[in-house]
Design a protein around this ligand. Sequence first.
Ligand code: ZN
Length: 240
Amino acid sequence: MMAEGRAELRDAEARVAALEGARQAAGEARAKGDAARAEAEALERAVRTAAAAAAIFGKGGAQRRLAEGALGEIEGQANELLGECEIPLSVRVQWAREGSGVAASCSACGEPFPRSEKAKVCARCGAERGPNIVHSLSIDPSAQSGGARDLAGIFVQLAAAAWLVADRDAEWGCALLDEPTATLDSFNRRALSAHFSQILSRVGCTQALVISHSSDAMQGLPGRIEVVSDGQWSTARVTA
Ligand SMILES: [Zn+2]
């Protein structure tokens, strides 16, 4: 009887030890689960913070507000300069435009929207889901020829230079224009050439280097160096 009792005791002790082991393993697994859950929550908070920061400071937020202010002034000045040169062209400068479809994330809090276009409001902040906004600079002239695009580009760049000179409170500005009239028809080439000096000083460029193959594009400039090649030799002469 005593021997049987001892064997039962040993069995019972072994069972207790096994249960104790299982309890410890369960405790460790629970601790790991808690740590993983805490990590997942921390990651989610970090993602939300990053999304909110992107919405506030990103291309659709502060960057857009700053850019649109500056671009509005640049557009205004470019159109003023075009008017002064009596060039029948205007230009529109935009930071953002409506693309196709609906927004991928909330513009107020940065929370991503589900892929389905059925979701009309943000699940997090309740803001309405707007259209898909494409944030990329576009310069649209009122006419669509290659010459019109080049002219619009030149005037926007000059107006942007003027904006920079004013914004930085610079004492002088310098322009380098490489073949600015190359793609223009004769009317626009003459119109631009006749006003070159005036435009450059209007945008705060006290010095400018203009390179051109067209001699009539150079006529309005105060100093000219003409380089002529006869196929074998080149001759440079100061013509003004
Ligand atoms: Zn939201």
